[in-house]
Design a protein around this ligand. Structure first.
Ligand code: ADP
Length: 399
C-alpha cells in the first residue's frame, strides 16, 4: 500500500508519499505561502523507471483545501498515485496530543474534538493540523486518516519528570505539566540506534539529542522516554536557533516590571529573538562558525553557551539513567556539526564516552558510529526521518 504523510502548518503543507513494501519515498514536496496572493507548489517524484523529476509552480493557494487538492492532483499527474484506492492511509503530524494520545490514532469526529480541546496548549500548531485533517477526510473519505503526535513518545515520562513544582491545581485543572516534543524524531533515532547496537530497543538506555533550529535532549530507559528537555511548550531546555531554552522565570517579572514588556513582547523575545540569534545576531550555526573563526566574540560565546547547556543536559540524563549504551546525535546541527559534537563529548571520557575524532570529523553522511571501537558508550550520528517514522507508525495502525 501507499501512505501519504501530511504536515500541515498555518501557511504551508509538506507531504511525502511512501510505498510500504520497501518504504521507498515515491514523492515529496510542499505547498507554501498559503493565503498569500501567490503561493508555491514544489513536487519531487521518482517514476516507475527510477528517474527523478522535479516541478515548481507559483499559483494562488487560498486555503488548506486548495493546498491539499493541489498535492493530490500533482501526485496523480506524476503517475505515482494513479487512484486514491492505492492509499492505505493518510498520516498527519500533530504537534500536541496532550495527555490523551499515547499512540497513533485513527481520526474520527471524537478524535477531532479532543485535538481541538488541546488547542490552548499548541495555539499555533493544532489549528493548522486540524485544517489539514478536515480537508484530507473530505477529499479522501474512504482513506483512514491517522494522527501521529509529537508528544506521544514522551507520555512514558514518570510524574517526577513531568510535573513542575507548582501548586497541584495548575496540573489537575489546567494541564500545566511537561509534555516534550520532537517525539517522533527521538523515537526514530532510538530505533535506529538499537539496530546499530544490535539490541532490542526495549533493552537500550540512550541519550538522544535532536539539534536543529529547535533542539531537545531525551533520556531513554529500556526504550522509553523518561525525561526530555522541552516542557509545556518547546521553549524549555537547550539553547535553540531563536529560543532561549531554560532561564530563571523571574526574568519575566523583571522585564515586565522594569521595561514594561507585555505578554506578546515576551513571547517574541523568548521564542524568536533569543537563543543563538540573541547571543550572536545570527541563528544559522554554519554562519556562527564562520564568524567565530573570523574572531567574532559574540559568535564564539553563542557556540559556548549552546555547548555548555548541551553538556549539562547530557550529564543530567546520564546521572538519571545510571548507565547508557549510546549518545545519539540528530537534526541539522547534530548530523552535520562535528565541532558541536566534539564539544558535547570532550569531558565525558571518564564516563566511558570516547569520541573517535577522525570519524567525527569525516565528511561522510548517513548513519555512522563516531566513538572508538573500545568506547564503552557508543556515539552515533543518525539522520532523522520523521516522515518515514510517521508513515511506518500509520501503517502499523491500519494493518
Ligand atoms: P529544523 O529544526 O528547522 O528542522 P534543521 O534540523 O534543518 O532545523 O537544523 C537547522 C540547523 O542545522 C541550522 O542551525 C543550520 O545551521 C544547521 N546545519 C545544517 N547543515 C549544517 C552543516 N552542514 N554544518 C553545520 N550546521 C548545519
Amino acid at each position: 500500500m501507499k501512505i501519504l504523510v501530511l504536515n500541515s502548518g498555518s501557511s504551508s503543507v509538506k507531504y511525502q508519499l511512501f510505498r510500504s513494501d520497501d518504504w521507498l519515498s515515491l514523492a515529496s514536496g510542499a505547498v507554501s505561502r498559503i493565503g498569500e496572493s501567490i503561493g508555491d507548489l514544489s513536487c519531487r517524484w521518482t517514476d516507475a523507471d527510477g528517474v527523478r523529476h522535479r516541478r515548481d509552480d507559483s499559483l494562488a493557494i487560498p486555503n488548506h483545501h486548495a493546498a491539499i487538492s493541489h498535492i493530490i492532483a500533482s501526485l496523480r499527474e506524476s503517475g505515482v498515485l494513479v487512484d486514491l484506492d492505492e492509499l492505505g492511509a493518510i498520516g498527519h503530524r500533530v504537534v500536541h496530543g496532550g495527555e490523551v494520545f499515547h499512540s497513533p490514532t485513527i481520526i474520527d469526529d471524537e478524535v477531532v474534538e479532543v485535538i481541538k480541546a488541546v488547542i490552548p496548549l499548541a495555539p499555533l500548531h493544532n489549528p493548522a493540523h486540524l485544517a489539514g485533517i478536515a480537508v484530507a477526510r473530505e477529499l479522501c473519505p474512504d482513506v483512514p486518516s491517522v494522527a501521529v503526535f509529537d508528544t506521544a513518545f514522551h507520555l512514558t515520562m514518570p510524574r517526577t519528570a513531568y510535573r513542575y513544582a507548582l501548586p497541584e491545581y495548575l496540573y489537575k485543572e489546567h494541564r500545566v505539566r511537561r509534555y516534550g516534543f520532537h517525539g517522533t524524531s527521538h523515537h526514530y533515532v532510538a530505533k535506529r540506534a538499537a539496530a546499530m547496537l544490535d539490541k532490542p530497543l526495549g533493552e537500550c538506555n540512550l541519550i538522544t539529542l535532536h539539534l536543529g533550529n529547535g533542539a531537545s535532549a531525551t533520556a531513554i530507559r529500556n526504550g522509553h522516554s523518561v525525561d526530555t528537555s522541552m516542557g509545556l511548550t518547546p521553549l524549555e531546555g537547550l539553547v535553540m536557533g531563536t529560543r532561549s531554552g531554560d532561564l530563571d522565570p523571574a526574568i519575566i517579572f523583571y522585564l515586565s516590571k522594569n521595561l514594561g514588556f507585555d505578554n506578546d513582547t515576551l513571547d517574541q523575545l523568548l521564542n524568536r529573538q533569543s537563543g543563538l540569534l540573541g547571543l550572536s545576531g545570527v541563528n544559522d550555526v554554519r554562519e556562527i562558525h564562520r564568524l567565530a573563526k573570523a574572531g567574532d566574540d559574540r559568535a564564539e560565546l553563542a557556540l559556548g553557551v549552546f555547548s555548555h547547556r548541551l553538556v549539562k543536559y547530557i550529564g543530567a540524563y546520564y546521572a538519571l539513567l545510571g548507565e547508557i549504551d549510546a549518545i545519539v546525535f540528530t537534526g541539522g546541527i547534530g548530523e552535520n556539526d562535528a565541532v558541536i559534537r566534539s564539544r558535547a563529548c570532550h569531558t565525558l571520557a571518564n564516563l566511558g564516552v570516547h569520541l573517535d575524532e577522525p570519524a567525527n570529523q569525516a565528511p561522510t553522511g548517513g548513519e555512522r558510529v563516531i566513538s572508538t571501537p573500545e568506547s564503552p558508550v557508543k556515539v552515533f550520528v543518525v539522520p532523522t526521518n520523521e516522515e518515514l517514522e510517521i508513515a511506518q507508525q500509520v501503517c502499523d495502525t491500519v494493518t
